[in-house]
Design a protein around this ligand. Structure first.
Ligand code: NAP
Length: 326
């Protein structure tokens, strides 16, 4: 029986692991069988994470977080949680490998997944010119004409990044004002390769085996027109990954996991949540890391309330080869 299982390997999951490991709780972190590190694995320079004045690449930051969590005794499993049983005092996690884990407590930090436009051409041509990750797929669009859909920070970041490869980048936004922060807007406005198509929504994405054009609908007068291009990057936000807890944890009207005030406590005792999966508003790496800290501290209090059952074994407390931790 584990003290705590953490589901998710983004900034929230790894920060929770660092704190829980330093409290000698020997956390087991389920990191995914596909990619460890969460959303920051799909980004380039992270310029706003404190402590890195020159910026740091997203994947490098996540690798450092993982090293820090492992240094204090976190066990990282490269596997997927496929179902959870959160009822009762013992929390059960079934993994893709078929193995089942059991713990006194669980931290749910599964983050969020890219939102889809929800049109036929998008699904059909996904991977054939439709992408949700500029850093993953930008390379394939050297000297091509592409579009980024969205008006937030992600769209500006992707559009600016994609100008390294593409000859032209349209930004398709449904309004005539961006949601992105001022610095990201200014960077995109100053880039000669970027052209903004305002008040436009993507009605369809065309192409036989690969994207050849988009059909844009004007959001003011409804008029439609075709724009020829080779690729479409969708950056219209993210939705919290709550599929594993549907029917088990209370959700908010925004679809995130409901937590009690500024704590990480869900409506189920012993189950805590952190990161983008609880946050419909701020969704920054540093805020996710902060809520990961909250979750680990809440777990400590919860386990202490269980008495001997949840307490870390003093025999296990000294982690081999490590300096004393405070
Ligand atoms: P976001 O801020 O929610 O922006 C989503 C954008 O997509 C909005 O412009 C929205 O339009 C548009 N949109 C939403 N649904 C749409 C639909 N169905 N069809 C067409 N357009 C649609 O999401 P985000 O850009 O992914 O950013 C999420 C969070 O991460 C934010 O807090 C952001 O600051 C942060 N972030 C920060 C950085 C950075 O600091 N370097 C980088 C990336 C993300 P409306 O504006 O009309 O609603």
């Amino acid at each position: 029986m584990e003290h705590v299982i953490i589901i998710g390997s983004g900034p929230a999951g790894f920060t929770a692991a660092i704190y829980a490991a330093r409290a000698n709780l020997k956390p087991v972190l389920v990191a995914s069988s596909v990619e460890t590190g969460g959303e920051l694995m799909n980004t380039t320079d992270v310029e706003n994470y404190p402590g890195f004045p020159e910026g740091i690449m997203g994947p490098d930051l996540m690798a450092r977080m993982q090293q820090q969590a492992e240094r204090f005794g976190t066990e990282v499993l490269y596997d997927d949680a496929t179902s959870l049983d959160l009822t009762g005092p013992v929390k059960k996690v079934t993994l893709g490998s078929g193995k089942t884990l059991e713990a006194h407590s669980l931290i749910y930090a599964t983050g969020s997944a890219p939102r889809k436009i929800g049109i036929e051409g998008e699904t059909r041509l996904s991977g054939y010119g439709v992408s949700y990750c500029a850093t993953c797929d930008g390379f394939f669009f050297r000297d091509k004409t592409i579009a980024v859909v969205g008006g937030g920070d992600s769209a500006m970041e992707e559009a600016t990044f994609l100008t390294k490869f593409a000859s032209k980048v349209y930004v398709i936004h449904r309004r005539e004002e961006l949601r992105a922060s001022k610095i990201m807007q200014e960077r995109a406005f100053a880039n000669e390769k970027i052209e903004f198509l305002w008040n436009s929504e993507v009605a369809d994405i065309l192409g036989e085996d690969a994207v050849s054009a988009v059909v844009l609908r004007n959001t003011i007068d409804g008029e439609e027109r075709e724009v020829a291009l080779d690729g479409v990057f969708v950056a219209i936000g993210n939705d919290p990954r709550v599929h594993l807890v549907h029917g088990q944890l209370e959700l908010t009207p925004e679809g995130t996991v409901h937590v009690d005030g500024r704590s990480s406590r869900t409506n189920v005792p012993g189950v805590f949540a952190a990161g983008d999966v609880i946050d419909p508003t701020y969704r920054q790496a540093v805020t996710a890391a902060g809520t990961g800290t909250v979750a680990a501290l809440d777990v400590e209090h919860y386990l202490a309330s269980l008495g001997d059952a949840g307490a870390p074994d003093p025999e296990e407390a000294a982690i081999d080869g490590l300096p004393e931790v405070e």
